[in-house]
Design a protein around this ligand. Structure first.
Ligand SMILES: Nc1ncnc2c1ncn2[C@@H]1O[C@H](COP(=O)(O)OP(=O)(O)OP(=O)(O)O)[C@@H](O)[C@H]1O
Ligand SMILES: [Mg+2]
Length: 356
């Protein structure tokens, strides 16, 4: 059996086997298999409608699968109702109880589970401390900012220590600055709790910042599953290269076994480890590997259309023929060309990646 658990020895915390969901003629999720190891932070990343929420809902049992199984700690839980699974949920629209204070909101899941009041008080205190909200325990949700409400929702989930936590775009409603702050909070909560987290976002930067592995989804199926570095450095498809980070993508044709790809922008060397199969594909070159001047991988000629100064680097966008553009990322100290100037930009052969 080929499973995706890194290391592969310990049984996965969460195993999804051939899980699939159809709504009439719509396939929300094609049969999907995936293993998440204990304590892992796995992010489902993908465009709108790619099946992320559906997969999360199937894992927690909010939605019944058309086919497939959900196995947690080695036990098939496919038929188990939501509240009996050892799973915590945090959604984008964190529905706090408006008539309960912050402390009462956080105590709620513990009281539901009939925990003694001394334990409830202790755990609520600890959870409040974890999200730095001790001073606001007596406030009502309407008296809090969006970020504070979101932290209450996180505390309410972490407080009863579920071993798996599912989060569906929990930071979607927050502005960029607060989102970045909360990402650090979530990372810390993950580290301190040791929980296994499956996190949904369509923000690639968020996915890169948080995840042990990213499960990239597209059209109701997994496009690529791997560490952020693997997906960034070794994308398997043009979609993956385009979705994560900035990419220069040159589509073209080749013969099976060839060493070059013929594109509208030139004939380029395929990287030495590429195995060209079929009639064509695309060459991906990340902006940091493009340099002014020709190189052994290939080069393109373009006109500088935009220069974006970003402190530690300068991004240069040049227009090629037929409206295509390339992006270069120049480091401090490198000569930056002028707007409207014609440039040649090349890359080392083995910095390019061949994708389908
Ligand atoms: N209850 C439903 N009935 C019919 N189709 C549905 C239902 N729920 C989801 N779908 C369809 O299934 C597909 C996947 O939806 P899903 O909500 O999983 O996407 P998503 O990746 O979470 O997207 P987003 O980023 O917009 O939240 C979409 O095409 C959606 O329209
Ligand atoms: Mg969704």
């Amino acid at each position: 059996m080929t499973m995706n658990a890194p290391g592969g020895e310990a049984p996965p915390k969460l195993l999804v086997e051939g899980l699939c969901k159809r709504y009439g003629a719509t396939t929300a999720l094609d049969p999907t298999s995936l293993a998440v190891r204990e304590g892992e932070f796995l992010t489902l990343l993908g465009p709108s409608g790619s099946g992320k929420t559906t997969l999360l809902q199937l894992i927690c049992g909010l939605v019944d699968a058309t086919e497939g199984r959900v196995v947690i700690d080695g036990r098939d839980q496919s038929r188990m109702p939501v509240h009996q699974r050892d799973i915590g949920l945090v959604f984008q629209h964190y529905a706090l109880f408006p008539h309960l204070t912050v402390a009462e909101n956080i105590a709620f899941p513990l009281k539901m589970r009939g925990r003694p009041s001394a334990e409830v008080a202790k755990r609520v205190d600890a959870a409040l401390g974890m999200v730095h909200l001790g001073h606001l325990a007596a406030r009502f949700p309407r008296e809090l900012s969006g970020g504070q409400q979101q932290r209450v929702a996180l505390a309410r989930c972490f407080v009863y220590q579920p071993s798996i936590i599912l989060m569906d775009e929990p930071l979607g409603a927050l502005d960029k600055k607060l989102r970045e702050h909360m990402q650090i909070e979530i990372k810390r909560l993950h580290r301190e709790s040791g929980a296994t987290i499956v996190y949904v976002t369509h923000d690639q930067e968020e996915a890169l910042a948080l995840s042990d592995r990213i499960c990239l989804m597209n059209h109701a199926r997994i496009e690529q599953l791997g560490s952020p570095r693997e997906i960034y450095e070794r994308p398997r498809t043009a979609f993956a290269a385009d979705f994560i980070g900035i990419s220069n993508i040159f589509r073209g044709t080749f013969a099976t076994g060839a060493s070059r790809i013929e594109t509208p922008h030139g004939s380029f060397a395929l990287p030495s480890d590429a195995t060209p199969v079929g009639e064509g594909g695309a060459l991906v070159v990340r902006p940091e590997h493009l340099r002014l001047g020709a190189a052994d991988g290939g080069h393109v000629t373009g006109i500088v259309a935009e220069i974006v100064y970003a402190g530690s680097e300068t991004r240069v966008i040049a227009t090629l023929s037929e409206g295509a553009t390339v992006t270069l990322r120049l480091q401090q100290g490198e000569t930056v060309p002028e707007l409207g100037q014609q440039i040649v930009a090349g890359w080392p052969r083995d910095k390019a990646v061949l994708v389908s």
